[in-house]
Design a protein around this ligand. Structure first.
Ligand SMILES: C[S@@+](CC[C@H](N)C(=O)[O-])C[C@H]1O[C@@H](n2cnc3c(N)ncnc32)[C@H](O)[C@@H]1O
Length: 315
């Protein structure tokens, strides 16, 4: 498998970023660290929940429009998928794109990526599958793309919503600069009733809570930390001003935790902000696309307008 980052480097970056986030005035953690092997499997379980409308809604939109996406030039060349996870949504496109030559899934969760890529390889034996275990927020300089093949970027799951506006614009611009001739299919969640959003991110079965709490277990496992799980709780909040769901891990008492030899003090009710999921209206998405050098060619949605799949072209 092509690897941009060695496991050793990855561990060092994890340690440095976790400590920086936990010692910041407002404790925070980049949501990419939620995805280790356990986190990736828990995320898959979330996508199966009744309460989690985004996956089934996006799947239905992709299914309905796959024949149209097949006419994009990249559907006969290389499909680069950002944050590919299980590659389950990709199957819908791969079934429709009989002339695709190369599939390049990129994900930070290396083992999960490897297993998903092997599954795709077995299911589509004539396709060249080139997984890249990497953080896609880092420069794309070394992507092994074949210059003669047109590129389609597939960026589903509303993963773009995990980034604050400036970072989302920066990431979209970086994708455009790395693949200036590409078209991109990007799945984006939309604003909707707060009750629907809160249930999707704090489901009755507690799977999203387990996904969030796994971050503390991961820090305990990998950074010799002593988070007491019973003293923290998952919290999902709708921040209307920022049009985003926020996930936090809330300390249930005043306590001190040791992480990689550092003592981290928590006040009662203090939180670690672990994920943002920004919800974009059609207008808001078109604005960030425009600011990052893309133009929206097409918007597909479901009958209730819950979710959108946008086709973008570099300007
Ligand atoms: C919200 S999930 C979406 C998964 C899948 N694409 C879907 O639509 O169901 C986000 C995915 O992006 C990956 N990911 C998150 N941040 C990443 C980063 N900075 N670099 C590479 N992969 C990342 C995660 O491991 C996870 O598989």
């Amino acid at each position: 498998m092509t690897k941009h980052v060695s496991p050793d480097e990855h561990r060092k970056t994890f340690r440095a970023e976790i400590l920086a986030g936990l010692t910041a005035p407002r404790k925070t953690c980049n949501s990419k660290w939620l995805y280790d092997d356990v986190g990736s499997h828990l995320f898959e379980a979330i996508t199966e929940l009744d309460a989690y409308y985004p996956t089934r809604t996006e799947l239905a939109i992709l299914k309905r429009n796959a024949a149209k996406y097949r006419r994009l030039p990249g559907a006969r060349g290389t499909m680069v998928e950002l944050g590919s996870g299980s590659s389950r949504k990709t199957d819908l496109l791969l079934n429709a794109f009989q002339d695709l030559s190369v599939y390049m899934p990129i994900d930070i969760s290396a083992n999960h990526l490897k297993a998903s890529a092997e599954r795709v390889r077995r299911a589509y034996p004539s396709l060249a599958v080139i997984p890249v275990a990497a953080d896609f927020t880092q420069p794309f300089g070394k992507l092994p793309l074949l210059p003669e093949l047109p590129v389609l970027v597939f960026f589903p799951g509303s993963t773009i919503g995990n980034f604050e506006k400036d970072a989302a614009i920066g990431l979209l611009r970086q994708i455009r600069d790395a693949m200036p001739e590409a078209t991109m299919i990007v799945g984006v969640d939309r604003p909707k009733a707060e009750s629907v959003l809160l249930e999707a991110y704090d489901d009755p079965a507690g799977i999203t809570a387990a996904f969030n709490m796994n971050l503390l277990q991961r820090i305990n496992r990998e950074l010799e930390a002593d988070f007491d799980l019973a003293s923290f709780a998952h919290q999902a909040i709708w921040n209307a001003g920022e049009s985003r769901i926020e996930m936090h891990l809330k300390s249930l008492k005043a306590q001190t935790v040791t992480v990689a030899g550092e003592h981290i003090a928590f006040a009662d009710s203090e939180t670690i902000h672990t994920e943002n999921s920004h919800k974009y209206s059609e207008k808001a998405l078109s604005e960030i696309a425009g600011e990052s050098g893309w133009r929206v060619l097409d918007v597909d949605t479901d009958p209730d307008g819950l979710f959108s799949v946008n086709t973008l072209q570099a300007n």
